[in-house]
Design a protein around this ligand. Structure first.
Ligand code: NAI
Ligand code: 15L
Length: 275
């Protein structure tokens, strides 16, 4: 958690979906510093925290349009983390990430929500090679059903901006974990403190339309160019570099013929959701 909140601005009511997940559990206590009421939602059980003044717990399955309509009522902005977060068979991805995202934006339109922060993924671009640099205008090259569903979510965000003026920042998150786990994550890692900085910057930047930003820390090796997202004002302050020596010692040899080593999506490019 940042010692000083990244922005003094406060929202009246924020909705956090996917609040029971890895990033949801991190952002749940952190986002409280930025709002009067935090509505937390997930399909899985949410534990009431010890100290939760101003928290509203709202269980919801994203594929249930009526439930999502109720969930979104009265919120001024949404941090949308909920959904399938790995390569899976098509059916759960269709329910959570395709139907779910449309339900969320429809509810946002009806309830006049001004801004959504959409947790997109580096897997929208997973079939670019690790010797290429991509930016927000590079054409998507998803590496599976999961990446495809995140590309769809970004397109939904674009439609709802063009047609109904709902602003979104789609964050193509790299790998947000306590520490980078392997050689690939030296390029994709996003620390939890930088995640907080980024989400708050996306919530508070004055004008975003539909913007796409890559979510990584200030890692020396990088495949991402955030030139087109400079208006968001995200300055990562952590870096994977302090873990480099230990990771390289653990993984000294790479198979350069392995698609997981060649492509940015790593193991996702050869994941087999069909069994
Ligand atoms: P996670 O899998 O831990 O959390 C996702 C949450 O969404 C879970 O608590 C799950 O119960 C909930 N969920 C799944 N299906 C649902 C449904 N049908 N209705 C309602 N809720 C549902 O994932 P994590 O790591 O916390 O990621 C959060 C978001 O960020 C996800 O959208 C993921 O795709 C995205 N992301 C995460 C990255 C990371 O490194 N952690 C990297 C790139 C993207
Ligand atoms: C993602 O999109 C996943 O949600 C996360 O679990 C990681 O696997 C991450 O990408 C990654 O590429 O490391």
């Amino acid at each position: 958690m940042l010692k000083t909140p990244a922005s003094p601005l406060r929202f009246d009511r924020l909705l956090l979906t996917g609040a029971a997940g890895g990033l949801g559990c991190e952002l749940r206590p952190r986002l409280k510093a930025y709002c009067d009421k935090l509505r937390v939602s997930d399909i899985n059980a949410l534990q009431p925290p010890q100290d939760a003044p101003g928290e509203e717990i709202a269980p919801c399955a994203l594929q249930d349009a009526q439930a999502v309509m109720k969930l979104v009522e009265g919120v001024s902005a949404i941090v949308h983390l909920g959904g399938v977060s790995t390569e899976q068979p098509w059916e759960p991805i269709l329910a959570a990430n395709i139907m779910g995202v449309v339900n969320l934006y429809e509810a946002a339109r009806i309830h006049k929500v001004k801004r959504i922060i959409f947790a997109s993924s580096n897997h929208v671009m997973g079939f670019y090679r690790q010797d290429q640099v991509v930016d927000a205008k590079s054409p998507p090259r998803p590496d599976g059903f999961y990446g495809l569903s995140k590309a769809f979510g970004e397109d939904v965000a674009q439609l709802y901006w063009d047609r109904w003026g709902i602003e979104t920042v789609s964050i193509r998150i790299g790998s947000s974990f306590p520490e980078p786990r392997d050689r690939r994550m030296l390029a994709t890692w996003l620390s939890y403190d930088d995640l907080e900085r980024l989400v708050v910057a996306c919530l508070t930047a004055p004008v975003v339309g539909h913007s796409i930003v890559y979510g990584t820390s200030d890692n020396q090796a990088s495949w991402y160019d955030n030139t087109h997202a400079r208006h968001i004002g995200f300055r990562p302050q952590d870096s994977s570099d302090i873990y480099r020596a230990a990771i390289e010692a653990r993984q000294p040899v790479l198979d350069r013929q392995d698609p997981a080593v060649i492509y940015q999506g790593g193991g996702f490019v050869k994941a087999t959701p069909h069994g």
